[in-house]
Design a protein around this ligand. Structure first.
Ligand SMILES: *Cc1c(COP(=O)(O)O)cnc(C)c1O
Length: 384
């Protein structure tokens, strides 16, 4: 929700733009930090959710580590000031150059996803005279009950290593001189709202841990990944995700070994609710069966609805009046450039300001130049 003073400010800015509520971001971070610190859980912020430099700085200032999925994310995190020994690096397809970047900076851990990747990291580390700390990304085969495009922990997904390959991997790792196995890593998917799923993950991790204990292999850290969901339907009822209940599941069901540290990689839940995409209505087009509200923002600024049918709450900030239904669409030459179909808004007219809520995660960072669109601005609430 925006107050009249904020809306007046929005009217003076060129649309579309991203707006970040920095006080909400800080409150979210405070809550996450409080609940994690209580349990000595280590948090790595998933940079891919939002790599806006100002946002990264705030997150780093609060002492979190970074979870990266590309060499450039590793470099960027270092540039912003993240402590290299709080950086984890995941991804199914790390290039040699990206692996070198991680080794040069002596990051905390490579989360490795295939047998061949382990071989390549060992050989590159050898050529640089380094030892690479690695965590095996294990595919726990758990269905997170989220959209299939953001499911990552099933055997059919491209991510992670299957349990069947363990024997083979362990044999190899012990013969590699430039690797040290420090952890086990899991990430089952994103926008997970059913906490029972995490309970299943804990039980699965316990089973897997037993295998390592039985083989006398010490695992210093576990990394349970991220994925905690947010309330897209009613953001104002749930601005800060329930980190407490989330961590309680792990506290209750995950059996940590003595001195073992539990890590998390949280992206969406930190940044989603603090961001809004503010756009202007260019035209209203009355169709036969529906009316179109055509915005000056499209899938080039916010891809999630086109990419995985994501829902974002839409608000008209400048008109009140009789409600009507609209297909809210962008200007891009693709039919999938649609934010919502048959969406109820107050009667909307050309020039109205529209907010697309909960767009702080996987919003700005997925912007593209398709149709030769220009990059857009972002504004922080404390600087407007
Ligand atoms: C994307 C990703 C995350 C963060 O997921 P969220 O749903 O944003 O919390 C964490 N770990 C890995 C390996 C990822 O790819």
């Amino acid at each position: 929700m925006f107050n009249p003073e904020q809306i007046e400010k929005f009217k003076r800015l060129k649309t579309p733009f991203y707006y970040y509520d920095i006080s909400l971001l800080q409150k979210t971070i405070d809550e996450l930090k409080k609940e994690a610190d209580k349990r000595n859980y280590q948090i790595h912020y998933a940079v891919k959710a939002n790599a806006n430099e100002g946002i990264l700085q705030i997150i780093n200032d609060n002492g979190f580590g970074a979870d990266c999925v590309s060499g450039n994310e590793v470099s960027k995190s270092i540039e912003v000031g993240f402590d290299s020994n709080k950086i984890v690096f995941a991804g199914v397809g790390k290039s040699d150059e990206e692996i070198k970047t991680g080794l040069q900076h002596e990051i905390f851990c490579f989360n490795v996803e295939s047998i061949q990747e382990i071989e390549v990291i060992n050989s590159i580390a050898g050529s640089m005279n380094k030892t690479a700390p690695i965590a095996l990304r294990i595919n726990p085969n758990i269905n997170p009950k989220t959209h299939h495009y953001i499911t990552t922990g099933l055997e059919e997904n491209k991510f992670g290593i299957n349990f069947d390959d363990f024997d083979q991997i362990l044999g190899k790792i012990s013969s590699y001189k430039n690797l040290v196995l420090t952890g086990l890593h899991f990430h089952i998917g994103s926008q997970v709202t059913d906490l029972e799923v995490y309970k299943s993950l804990c039980i699965r991790i316990n089973e897997l841990q037993k295998w390592f204990v039985d083989h006398n292999i010490e695992i210093k850290h576990l990394n349970a990944g991220g994925g905690l969901g947010v309330n897209y339907e009613n953001p104002d009822e749930n601005l800060i995700p329930d980190f407490k209940s989330f961590f309680r599941v792990f506290e209750q069901f995950l059996e940590l070994q003595p001195d073992q540290i539990l890590h998390f990689e949280i992206g969406r839940a930190v940044v989603a609710q603090c961001g809004s995409l503010i756009s202007k209505v260019l035209f209203i087009k009355e169709g036969l069966n529906t009316n179109f509200a055509i915005l000056d923002a499209g899938m080039t600024e916010l891809l999630r609805p086109a990419l995985y049918q994501a829902y974002h709450k839409i608000e008209n900030l400048t008109s009140i009046g009789k409600e009507k239904r609209y297909d809210v669409v962008g200007p891009i030459c693709e039919s999938s450039d649609t934010f919502a179909k048959s969406y109820i808004l107050p009667e909307t007219k050309r020039g109205d300001l529209i907010s697309l809520r909960s767009t702080g995660a996987y919003g700005e960072v997925m912007a593209s130049h398709y149709n030769l669109r220009s990059a857009i601005q972002s504004y922080f609430s404390d600087q407007l």
